[in-house]
Design a protein around this ligand. Structure first.
Ligand code: 13P
Length: 289
């Protein structure tokens, strides 16, 4: 199946009270692991690409070529959206041009009126191209690929204004943080999420910072309208751990254990297991059909 916009999968998720995972990709192994897991679990999925990861993978066109190639060669039949994560205005335009099926325009650090204007302009382009678009209000705490947020909670009235521009999904800061949660973290602000969902109605809401969130918080967030959950760091951690174990056990020095296809295999399997675990918690397994 060719790439799809995330609109239909997220509207179904919102109506069905589950969430679709948006997993960040960094290279071929990541992409293949996530696509194969989605196919095995019959789950819709979003492949998220930060601007830094896009650059690392030799540009957005390379990413589009790799993902489209895999969809065909691996015979992927579940719905897959290729999504720009925390895009700048220029990054969003470049991904639209390159053949992504979905973008996030993160105007959360701009003055609110400018966020509205730029989001509105990109909504019109995405509508014309049949692409989905995510906007952000408030900010996600911590740092991801150079995008730094102070973690301000979103103002529900501002969320409504942005939601009314015709976006597909809305990311709102509710105390969530990119990366590991610190020991003194106060938890998700469910009262803010509730207020946002009451004002934005059917709009699928996005929860960034999926790493390390306790399952009960994830489930409560889904009940309050979250339909897309972003996971990045957790896949990086299990990949690094599995690779370290392989090397520490000296396996790269046994036979042809140095072959990158062998060296990266434990990390690849670890990502597959982590993605499956997340899909189980999010409730998206079997929802592709
Ligand atoms: P984590 O790295 O905390 O999982 O967050 C991912 C994310 O929100 C990507 O935008």
């Amino acid at each position: 199946m060719a790439l799809v916009s995330a609109k239909e999968m997220l509207q179904k998720a919102k109506a069905g009270h589950y969430a679709v995972g948006a997993f960040n990709i960094n290279n071929l192994e990541w992409t293949k692991a996530i696509l194969l897991t989605a196919e095995e679990q019959r789950s819709p999925v979003m492949l998220a690409v930060s601007e830094g990861a896009g650059k690392y993978m030799a540009g957005y066109k390379t990413v589009v070529g790799m993902v489209n190639g895999m969809l065909e060669e691996l015979k992927i039949t579940v719905p897959v959206a290729l999504h720009l994560d925390h895009g700048s205005y220029a990054g969003a335009k470049a991904c639209i041009e390159a053949g992504f099926s979905s973008i996030m325009f993160d105007g959360s650090s701009l003055p609110f009126e400018e966020n509205v204007e730029k989001t509105k302009e990109l909504v019109a382009i995405c509508e014309e191209k049949g692409m989905s678009i995510e906007a952000e209000v408030g900010s996600i705490g911590g740092e991801e690929d150079g995008v730094i947020g102070m973690g301000e909670c979103a103002d529900p009235q501002e969320c409504k204004k942005i939601a009314d521009l015709g976006i597909t999904m809305l990311a709102a800061g509710i105390g969530n943080i990119h990366g590991k949660y610190p020991a003194n973290w106060k938890g998700l602000q469910f009262d803010v999420l509730d207020a946002i969902q009451q004002l934005t109605g059917d709009m699928p809401l996005v929860l960034h910072g999926g790493t390390g969130l306790p399952d009960d918080m994830v489930k409560k967030a889904i009940n309050l309208g979250v339909s897309k959950i972003n996971v990045n760091t957790e896949c990086q951690l299990v990949f690094a751990e599995a690779t370290r174990k392989y090397i520490e056990e000296g396996k790269d020095q046994q036979g042809k254990g140095y072959d990158p296809r062998k060296l990266l295999a434990p990390g690849f399997e670890a990502i597959k297991a982590k993605v499956k675990e997340k899909m189980e918690v999010f409730g998206s397994i079997g929802k592709a059909d």
